[in-house]
Every structure is written in C-alpha cells, then in structure tokens.
Design a protein around this ligand. Structure first.
Ligand code: FES
Length: 164
C-alpha cells in the first residue's frame, strides 16, 4: 500500500468517525421518542362543577404526550360529555378529531350530534357514527375525578373506545 493510499484511508476513517460522533446524538434525539414509551399522565381540565349534567363542553387541552417538537400541535381540545352527576359513567371524553381524516368536530347541541365540517361526518352524542365517511366512533380518553376536579389521561390517539 502506498503512502498516499494509506493517508486517504486514514482520512476516510477519521471522517466516518467524526460523522458518527456528530450524527449519533442527532439520530438519538429524533428517534428516541419513537422508541421510548410515552409516559401517561392525568391532566386537570377543571372543576367537575364546570360540566353541567346533560351537556357537552369544549375543553382546551395541552397534551403532554406528543413528541417534544410537536409545538402548538400539542395544544388541542376535547369534548367532555357529562351524562350523570357521579359514578363510573358520569363522563365521556372525546378527542376533538374526526376518525375519518382528523378534522375537528363541532358539537351541535340543538341536534345532539357532533358534525365534521370536512366531509360531512356525523356522530351521535355518545360518539358513535351516525353518518358520513367515518367508520369508527370518536376516540375516547380515560378520565378520573380527583377531589373536585376532572382529570384526563393524556395518551397518543387512538386510545380507548370506552371507559373500562
Ligand atoms: S375528516 Fe371528518 S368526515 Fe372526513
């Protein structure tokens, strides 16, 4: 092997090593959240009294579960339906996103339905599909009452279809 070839191989090896040293932390930063399970946590969305029985209320929600670079996309909303004053079936918490292509659904209290403005998807008040292109009911999130406050479990969607 000539001196020139040896030098070229040495430079190539050094360049590869430097690229590895610089690239590994970047790859780890980008792929780490995909590999690491997302920690679930409950988020306080307000006092239980804020949600009158028989009504469906929009709640702004900062979801701590998305990837760190989600930015404003982590600021989302939920529909909280209060069915009863208390008990295990007191609430239903729906993702605001339509199960067709993810547009935010609107609650129409007069008709008692959720309506999706994008392609005309319609859901009944319990989140089941009433019509249009969606095939699945609205995604539901787990909830619990802690003291006098309602807490929602943040989780990557899709989550549960009904509270266990
Ligand atoms: S996104 Fe809702 S019907 Fe298509």
């Amino acid at each position: 092997m000539t001196r020139r070839a040896l030098l070229e191989r040495g430079i190539a090896a050094l360049t590869g090593l430097m690229a590895l040293i610089v690239g590994l932390p970047i790859i780890g930063y980008l792929l780490g959240p995909l590999i690491k399970p997302t920690p679930l946590q409950y988020v306080d969305v307000g006092a239980v009294d804020r949600f009158p029985v028989g009504q469906t209320t929009l709640v702004k929600f900062h979801d701590p579960s998305p990837l760190p670079w989600a930015g404003q996309l982590a600021d989302t909303a939920l529909w909280v339906r209060r069915r009863e004053a208390s008990g295990p079936n007191a609430f239903q918490v729906f993702s605001v996103h339509c199960t067709h292509l993810g547009c935010p659904v609107n609650w129409r209290p007069g008709a008692g339905i959720f309506e999706c403005p994008c392609h005309g998807g319609v859901f009944y008040e319990d989140g089941t599909v009433a019509g249009g292109p969606p095939r699945r009911p609205l995604f539901q999130l787990r909830w619990r009452v802690a003291g006098t406050h309602l807490e929602i479990e943040s989780a990557p969607l899709p989550t549960v279809q009904s509270k266990a």
